[in-house]
Design a protein around this ligand. Structure first.
Ligand SMILES: Cc1cc2nc3c(=O)[nH]c(=O)nc-3n(C[C@H](O)[C@H](O)[C@H](O)COP(=O)(O)OP(=O)(O)OC[C@H]3O[C@@H](n4cnc5c(N)ncnc54)[C@H](O)[C@@H]3O)c2cc1C
Length: 329
């Protein structure tokens, strides 16, 4: 029987709960391994998960994401658990250490896994155009599960008993002194939102009256986002426009870009506006549940099987009306 270790930093939030649920569904003997400044609060949150034991590495040295201390903690937890399968949430903090820790433990790692079932993992290739199922006989097997791929664990909290695992820390040369994020006047990327609104370059193009209407476009988009708390995505063309010196939407950055060279978000619904729906963009919609698009052009890419519903209409007029309806609710 496999010993399955759910391994995470204790502040990983929803991705950790999703991974815990996926690890439980594997069957076998479940062990939890947590590290961070404090692990007790999260251990209590998942106290009902029926793990045979909860192992913890806690302390100020493990507060910040740093390869040396994170990898040392994870290695100690894996060795103490005697796990044959290690399942971790694919947060940036875990992704950074998972391969190195697998190497230290004589294991093999698979990252960007999107599903776990029947001894197989699922991964996507060529930017979500091909799906594969794989399994490994080598143990320990480290699996980093991408966020948004499994329903989150939702058991009742309790009081957990955490078994402390000791770690011999190596010399630590790195200190995190702050975070530098791209300038953006508003926080518009909301991975947990039900709806994704995508804005394309059309919002900044000349409209039928021969003029551009960028300030109105910004108001309409922000009006919708404020009313619905939707997440904001963009086409590459729109985020690239700032580099070309054109009028752009002030709250948009390259982090908003969806697509082949952008992100592949997972929202229940998506609405594309003023975006042509070309393949390098639409491939980023692979995991959006229901897709709708508004475009003036009945022959745009969305019309070719890429959207469930295409409104051949002026997005300015449609979004103005949508925002009016939202305001009157
Ligand atoms: C290797 C490679 C990687 C790429 N990666 C990405 C990627 O990750 N993401 C990405 O997005 N693109 C990517 N691209 C670029 C992609 O091919 C397209 O060029 C880009 O997505 C086009 O952006 P757009 O649809 O916003 O702009 P446009 O092609 O300019 O389309 C604007 C659309 O707005 C519509 N429109 C204008 N006014 C209105 C209105 N009032 N109401 C409704 N509709 C209106 C027009 O009909 C038009 O369809 C990549 C390209 C390559 C070659």
């Amino acid at each position: 029987m496999e010993t399955v270790l759910f391994l995470s930093h204790a502040d990983a939030g929803k991705p950790a709960l999703e991974t815990l649920a996926a690890a439980k569904a594997l069957g076998g003997t479940l062990v939890v391994g947590l590290f961070g400044a404090d692990v007790q609060a999260f251990a209590n949150e998942i106290a009902g998960c029926r793990a045979t034991k909860i192992l913890g590495v806690a302390g100020a040295d493990f507060a910040q994401a740093r390869y040396a201390s994170d990898a040392a903690a994870a290695e100690a937890l894996v060795k103490a658990s005697k796990a044959t399968i290690v399942v971790a949430p694919a947060t940036s903090r875990m992704n950074r250490i998972v391969s190195g820790v697998a190497h230290r433990c004589g294991g093999r790692a698979d990252t960007h896994v999107t599903g776990l079932a029947g001894g197989n993992i699922t991964r996507w290739y060529y930017r979500q155009r091909m799906e594969s199922q794989q399994s490994r006989t080598h143990r320990p097997w480290f699996i980093a599960l991408d966020p948004g791929c499994h329903a989150a664990y939702a058991g009742a909290p309790g009081t957990a008993t955490v078994e402390a695992v000791s770690v011999v820390l190596p010399a630590m040369k790195t200190q995190v002194t702050g975070v530098k994020a791209p300038e953006s006047s508003q926080q518009t990327i909301r991975p947990d939102a039900k709806v994704l609104l995508v804005a394309g370059a059309g919002w900044t193009k000349k409209q039928p009256d021969g003029q551009t209407h960028v300030p109105e476009a910004a108001d309409l988009i922000m009006g919708f986002l404020n009313a619905t708390k939707a997440s904001l995505g963009s086409s590459k063309s729109l985020v690239d426009l700032s580099g070309e010196g054109q009028a752009v939407l002030p709250f948009m950055s390259h982090l908003n870009q969806i697509g082949q060279t952008g992100s592949t978000p997972r929202h229940a619904k998506g609405l594309s506006t003023c975006c042509h729906g070309e393949e390098p963009h639409a491939v980023g919609w692979r995991f959006i549940g229901e897709r709708r698009a508004i475009n003036l052009d009945a022959n745009c890419g969305w019309a070719r099987g890429k959207a469930d519903v295409l409104y051949v209409a002026d997005a300015f007029a449609v979004m103005r009306k949508v925002n009016e309806l939202l305001a009157s609710q």
